[in-house]
Design a protein around this ligand. Structure first.
Ligand SMILES: Cc1ncc(COP(=O)(O)O)c(C=O)c1O
Length: 399
């Protein structure tokens, strides 16, 4: 039989999906499972989104769409960015893809040759490593342990960029930690970035509307607009608007980069489906009450999760201020036992937690930080407190 391409030996299925699938399987077997594993929002978009889609069906042309993206959607995205203080973009700077994941893949393909270096902080969103590995790029990890609140320091960034990586990938607010950089922290990192003109900067800021405590969303461009000719801003409708299955991701950046993404789109997908574009347009340009209410709800859930985690002796969790994740350091439990089973690492701990308490979390090693555990708190409201109680019980039972 002929062989698969070599790059497939480097491609792995997502660990998060493996855990979510295991939790689903146990549930199907009748087990009482609470899933804190997958990062999907627990709400649907507002009714105006569905109405816009219904209305559009009567006017469907059935034709291929634009490789760059539906023009009205691009207009709405450009307006939407202005709300985040990102101004001055035109259609020529933007492109649409099948979710931010596809956009990040496109950008990596457009900007990285095989062997090029891509630098990003750990903990990282799992697909960063997977995409880099498929494309044969060299990954440079910048460790940001819980002791530094999972945040990159300017000095670390300066040292990392000294080797002139082709791309620096930055995610704020963070999946998996929920950390949000303050205005001053972003400004200090931006000051470092201006000193390293050889590196493309990609800001994966898909949770930029999910920020709590009045911290606000800040991009390097806010303090250093001169970075604009090499910075690419990535956004998505998945989390903010409760639309992960609709698959819309977008970018804004230099014209050359947007054009490269358009070329890749023209060869990979032709266009994001028109029906999806209509839904995205309605979400961006219609009432914003659903995302605003959800952001408030997630801030409240964060408080609940943190109260529960703080009550567990030995667990340390830097306080998340955005997205819908908490990432406690649970390493004090390594070397202990639960129900006679020894827990050597995060994988053992997640397996024991799922087995004994029916709670699914994702092991930190999936995000490059094996001392951690990701809790995604988007489960149905009535499961959050019982789920956290089960986690407390689990840790209390360690010997
Ligand atoms: C940090 C980060 N970037 C990108 C994505 C991909 O989002 P999308 O659903 O738009 O592909 C995710 C999804 O979990 C994410 O957490």
């Amino acid at each position: 039989m002929p062989k698969l391409a070599q790059r497939m030996s480097r491609a792995k299925p997502s660990t998060i999906m493996l855990i979510a699938d295991k939790a689903k399987k146990l549930k199907a077997e009748g087990r009482d499972i609470i899933s804190f594993s997958i990062g999907v929002p627990n709400f649907l978009p507002g009714p105006h989104v569905y109405q816009a889609v219904r209305d559009s069906l009567d006017k469907d042309s059935g034709q291929y769409g634009s490789n760059r993206g539906n023009a009205a959607l691009l207009d709405a995205f450009i307006e939407h960015m202005k709300g985040s203080g990102l101004e001055g973009y035109g259609h020529q700077n933007c492109a649409v893809a099948i979710g931010a994941k596809h956009m990040l893949y496109n950008l990596a393909e457009a900007l990285l040759d095989e062997g090029d270096e891509i630098a990003f902080p750990t903990p990282y969103w799992t697909s960063y490593v997977d995409i880099a590995e498929i494309l044969g790029a060299k990954v440079k990890l910048l460790p940001c342990p819980p002791e530094q609140r999972y945040k990159l320091s300017p000095q670390q960034l300066d040292e990392a960029l000294a080797s002139k990586p082709k791309m620096f990938l930055f995610n704020n607010p963070s999946n998996p930690t929920g950390m949000v950089y303050t205005k001053d922290e972003i400004a200090a990192l931006a000051d470092v970035l201006v000193k390293h003109p050889e590196t493309w900067i990609v800001t994966d800021d898909i949770y930029n509307r999910m920020v709590f405590d009045g911290v606000g969303y800040h991009n390097f461009l806010h303090s250093r607009p001169e970075l604009r000719d090499r910075l690419i801003f990535v956004d998505s409708l998945s989390k903010t608007y409760g639309m992960p299955g609709w698959r819309v991701g977008l970018m804004a950046g230099p014209e050359t980069v947007a054009n490269a993404v358009v070329t890749l789109n023209s060869n990979h997908i032709t266009n994001v489906p028109e029906i999806t574009s209509v839904a995205a347009l309605a979400a961006f340009s219609g009432p914003q009450d659903v995302p605003q209410a959800k952001c408030e709800e997630f801030a409240h859930r964060r408080d609940l999760v943190m109260d529960a985690l703080n009550a567990i002796d030995g667990v340390v969790c830097p306080r998340p201020q955005g997205a819908f994740y908490a990432f406690p350091d649970i390493s004090f439990a390594f070397g202990k036992s639960h129900d006679g089973k020894r827990i050597e690492n995060d994988l053992d701990l997640c397996a024991a937690l799922l087995e004994s308490k029916g709670v699914a979390c994702v092991p930190g090693s999936a995000f490059g930080e094996p001392r951690g555990l990701r809790i995604s708190y988007t489960c149905p409201a009535d499961q959050l407190e019982p789920g956290m109680q089960r986690i407390q019980d689990f840790f209390a039972e360690l010997t």
